[in-house]
Design a protein. Structure first.
Length: 307
């Protein structure tokens, strides 16, 4: 069968990935309401078409913090890529480089930052960071990312505690023995108590700024109040995100939260969006509402699973 849209790749991945891997990638928190609403919200937004415009020449390039990409779709941070393909994040980095777009590498990658950088040395890469209880671990990750040529630091701020994903609980999800969180080997046991620091506050933005010269992008903003605080704390970008509905169920779809965030920042920082992007028309709707670029998470994993 010809693969002509993202839903084709989704169906393929669901058919051929091991159930425990598919369930992990697909899962949302609790009832999965927010996960599903991310997609459904786009269906309620209609275009107001204008006609007889000269569209014979189109340029869909854009810039992220001064770095040009060929089209306004990047790859969002997702973990455990080796569950989808043996080469894991190295293949994802090569694909992003081939398409001249941005890849945000997850803290929870199954390849090291250095391996990912070496796989696509001239690609545009940002590093997504969780702040751990052991701050030395997070500090070392930031320093390694900067030394490896990453061009931005994406701090995920919507995960003080891990969401309850019921299928993962039922499956007793844990990485297979041959896979490791390569950037965190020896730092903690993945299947034990969460290593994430629930005491993180806005003041930790200043701590990160003291560690690195990289621009800091905040991922997980959904309200104008938090967007305004992010700007006051000197971040360079905001990703409107609800973690793909994987953490807090009952929050708004990201596309529904986008407008108030864009209005709050008033052009002072760049605003991006992830969550629910499945078609080109979804991208256009997000751009029309003020996003500079969108990032896709699960669809990139489905592509990685395609053989």
């Amino acid at each position: 069968m010809a693969m002509v849209c993202l839903s084709d790749f989704e169906a393929y991945a669901k058919k051929y990935l091991p159930k425990i891997a598919w369930d992990f990638f697909a899962a949302g928190a609790d009832d999965c309401s927010t996960r599903d609403e991310n997609i459904l919200a786009y269906k309620r937004i209609c275009f107001r078409p204008r006609v007889l415009r000269d569209v014979s020449m189109m340029d869909i390039r854009t810039k992220l913090l001064g770095n040009e990409i060929s089209f306004p779709v990047g790859i969002a941070p997702t973990g455990f890529h080796q569950l989808a393909w043996p080469d894991g994040e190295k293949s994802t980095a090569r694909a992003a480089k081939a398409m001249n777009t941005c890849y945000i590498v997850s803290t929870y990658s199954t390849c090291t930052l250095e391996e990912i950088s070496a796989a696509a040395p001239s690609g545009l890469r940002w590093f997504q960071l969780y702040i751990h209880r052991n701050r030395a671990v997070s500090q070392q990750l930031v320093q390694r990312a900067e030394a490896s040529g990453f061009q931005g630091l994406v701090l995920t701020v919507d995960l003080p505690y891990t969401g309850k994903r019921r299928d993962d609980v039922r499956n007793g999800f844990c990485l297979p023995p041959h896979m490791k969180l390569k950037n965190l080997e020896g730092a903690f046991e993945v299947c034990k108590m969460s290593p994430l620091d629930p005491s993180v506050t806005w003041n930790d933005i200043y701590w990160l700024q003291s560690l690195t010269h990289l621009p800091i992008i905040i991922k997980g903003i959904l309200t104008k109040e938090d967007a305004e605080r992010a700007v006051r704390h000197g971040v360079q970008g905001i990703i409107v995100s609800n973690h793909g509905g994987r953490q807090l169920d009952g929050g708004p779809a990201t596309i529904d939260a986008l407008v108030e965030v864009v209005e709050a920042v008033q052009g002072r920082v760049e605003v991006y969006l992830d969550g629910g992007i499945r078609k080109g028309s979804d991208v256009l709707k997000a751009l029309a509402l003020g996003a500079r670029c969108v990032f896709i998470g699960r669809p990139a994993l489905w592509g990685l699973a395609y053989k």
